[in-house]
Design a protein around this ligand. Structure first.
Ligand code: NAX
Length: 326
């Protein structure tokens, strides 16, 4: 058995936390031979609820759990953390403007960025799930100057998985038969789910669907899926979000399947003309614990327009919190 690694999760008493923690603890994220120490962070008023979650984790008697800590102090929860899943965030309240939401979360994520800069493992892998996820990751990254910026990522894997599911339904193939899906940009309604390079059983997906379905059904359905789930369930997606977070961290750490890739929002290095430094979702391959952007994909005018629109939104989000960035 390997030595335990430390996995910090914020917002651990929330909806996503309730699905996520049990999957991490059972080995779905890092493998069946990797023990974990869970380091859970919540706000002070939620500590009782968090204690209940810890009791349930204890009661599962998970063989891979080597310890559980609960705290309302980021520096305690992030100490020596090898993985940090930033799930806790401030939800949009009644009458709150988008700008207010950005600012409220900027305060949380700058404090947490500073805390991880001070105490986390130098090899930490960070995933922002809490919204606005891309810009929250950017804020944490900019507040952690001693950590490698490449270690800061945001989650578009749920969008990626939603895109796989929609295409699977349309072409009548299992998701296992679909490879090379891409989601570009922001985890928001401007994201661009792109099937230009996607294969179904090894043949181009674009030849199996028509442009009208792509434009009028596929893209808007994936973009609006979160809202559709809230409408149906009365609550935002939680188990599917947790599952996507598991997928993101697992593939980053253990690698993407040969011949395939996944979507991760990572600091742009200027690839595909996207402004450097924005946390933008790209197609990536992961090998030996590192990700790299899939290069050399053809981008037609239809795709370029959508990639730029979502880049524009991320630029505006960054500008709205610029006064809070170091
Ligand atoms: P919940 O409101 O159920 O849980 C959030 C938890 O975070 C609460 O328990 C709260 O006390 C805690 N929290 C708030 N501020 C905190 C802080 N400063 N430190 C530690 N904990 C803090 O929300 P849930 O449904 O779990 O969603 C969590 C976040 O994920 C939301 O921002 C949500 O918008 C976002 N999502 C992101 C998705 C993605 O694909 N990137 C999809 C699902 C989800 O909508």
């Amino acid at each position: 058995m390997k030595a335990p690694v430390r996995v910090a999760v914020t917002g651990a008493a929330g909806q996503i936390g309730y699905s996520l923690l049990f999957r991490i603890a059972s080995g779905d994220m890092l493998g069946p031979d990797q023990p974990v120490i869970l380091q859970l962070l919540e706000v002070s008023p939620a500590m009782d609820a968090l204690q209940g979650v810890v009791m349930e984790l204890d009661d599962c008697a998970f063989p891979l759990v080597a310890g559980i800590q609960a705290s309302d102090q980021a520096e305690e929860a992030f100490r020596d953390a090898d993985y940090i899943l930033l799930v806790g965030a401030k939800p949009r309240g009644p009458g709150m403007e988008r700008k207010d939401l950005l600012e409220a979360n900027a305060a949380i994520f700058s404090a947490q960025g500073k805390a991880m800069n001070a105490v986390a493992s130098r090899d930490v892998r960070v995933l922002a799930v809490g919204n606005p996820a891309n810009t929250n990751a950017l804020i944490a990254m900019r507040n952690a100057p001693d950590l490698d910026p490449g270690r800061f990522t945001a989650m578009t894997r749920l969008d990626h998985n939603r895109a796989l599911a929609q295409l699977s339904g349309r072409v009548g193939a299992h998701v296992n038969d679909i490879t090379r899906m891409t989601v570009w940009g922001n985890h928001s309604a401007t994201q661009y789910p792109d099937i230009s390079h996607t294969l179904v059983k090894g043949s181009p997906a674009a030849d199996q669907v028509d442009q009208a379905w792509l434009e009028e059904t596929f893209i808007p359905t994936v973009q609006q899926r979160g809202a559709a789930i809230i409408k149906a369930r009365g609550q935002s997606s939680a188990a599917s979000a947790a599952s996507a977070a598991i997928d993101h961290m697992r593939d980053w750490t253990l690698g993407t399947p040969e011949g395939d890739w996944v979507s991760m929002a990572i600091p742009s290095d200027g690839s595909y003309g996207i402004a450097e430094g924005l946390i933008y979702s790209f197609p990536v391959r992961c090998v030996n614990g590192h990700y790299e952007i899939v290069q050399g994909l053809d981008v037609d005018d239809f795709s370029r327009e959508r990639m730029l629109a979502t880049e524009q939104e991320l630029t505006e989000e960054r500008d709205a919190v610029a006064h809070l960035l170091p």
